[in-house]
Design a protein around this ligand. Structure first.
Ligand SMILES: Cc1cc2nc3c(=O)[nH]c(=O)nc-3n(C[C@H](O)[C@H](O)[C@H](O)COP(=O)(O)OP(=O)(O)OC[C@H]3O[C@@H](n4cnc5c(N)ncnc54)[C@H](O)[C@@H]3O)c2cc1C
Length: 267
């Protein structure tokens, strides 16, 4: 491992200044993606800016009719929060299914969405629920935040500070986990609002995406029958050593059914 400097700022302005210093400096949240990447030499930053001493970045609170989850809130805290369960049980369940207990006790919401792994779970919930990402500079709607594999709308030095989740009428998540890594081979998040239904898919393509055909069917009639036989285009699916594109397309369909069953169980 290459030597690097370590900083632990106590406010956002200090953190931003360090991140914008011109060197290759990375924000450090739970380290559950960044540290393995450094150890395996996929990344070699000159410095790390540990976000753990910045007050106000972790925690869950109501903000009007939205639930505001801080960027440094760990998956385990979202999974076990009565506030999250009352607001959107599917979000708590999604967090409780990420990785294993070690991952859930270190990994954070902000780190997960900033990293935007194409197989990560949180992007599906953030996009499906039409959440708003709060950053150190602005607010970004989920539809604009995720921009493809490991790519987001974040500018250099910009930090996720929280995510504001609207309250759905119903929501559910269906996920087929890779048996070794526990990452989603395919995960489908369904959220029903008065204005219509949103369906977000992770794991299947180059990044999280909205499945518009499913949204249109379910906005017309919110039941399994309306999406019977609906399968996404195989050309839009990933194919790799873990699963072929046709298999991922099939899984989208099956996970959509499970997400709808989860909606019914939650309401
Ligand atoms: C064994 C294992 C299994 C896993 N299984 C799953 C799984 O099933 N599902 C799943 O979704 N995930 C899974 N993960 C990933 C896990 O959810 C991590 O939480 C996630 O990768 C982010 O890690 P972190 O919060 O520790 O962030 P870090 O690793 O500290 O940071 C990740 C990236 O985000 C940047 N970053 C961190 N915080 C911020 C911020 N606030 N603002 C801007 N940029 C920031 C960092 O600079 C870095 O580039 C797994 C990880 C491991 C190691």
């Amino acid at each position: 491992m290459r030597p690097f400097s370590y900083h632990r700022p106590t406010d956002l302005a200090q953190a931003a200044a360090l991140l914008e210093s011109g060197d290759d400096v990375a924000a450090l949240a739970g380290g559950h993606t960044l540290l393995p990447a450094i150890k395996s030499r996929l990344r070699a930053p000159d410095g790390l800016v540990d976000l753990s001493a910045i007050p106000g970045l972790a925690g869950i609170r109501e903000d009007g009719d939205r639930l505001l989850v801080g960027a440094m809130t760990r998956h385990a805290d979202v999974a076990t929060s009565p506030q999250v369960a009352a607001h959107c049980r599917a979000l708590a369940r999604l967090a409780g299914g990420i990785g294993d207990p070690q991952v859930r006790n270190r990994g954070t919401l902000g780190g997960s969405i900033a990293n935007n792994d194409p197989a990560a779970d949180y992007p599906a919930a953030v996009l499906g629920l039409a959440a708003t990402v709060h950053t150190s500079q602005r607010r970004i709607e989920a539809d604009d935040f995720f921009q493809g594999m490991f790519t987001t709308a974040l500018e250099p030095g910009e930090l996720v500070t929280a995510v504001a989740f609207p309250r759905p009428l119903a929501a559910g998540y269906g996920r087929f986990a890779h048996p070794a890594s526990r990452y989603a081979l395919v995960g489908v998040f369904v959220a029903r609002f008065a204005a219509g239904v949103r369906v977000a898919v992770t794991g299947a393509g180059a990044g999280v995406f909205r499945w518009m055909a499913a949204e249109n069917c379910l906005s017309g009639s919110f039941d399994l029958g309306s999406v019977a036989g609906l399968v996404p285009d195989e050309a839009d699916m990933n194919g790799d050593i873990h699963a072929s594109a046709p298999y991922r397309a099939h899984l989208c369909s099956v996970m959509l059914g499970r997400a709808l069953a989860d909606c019914a169980a939650s309401s």
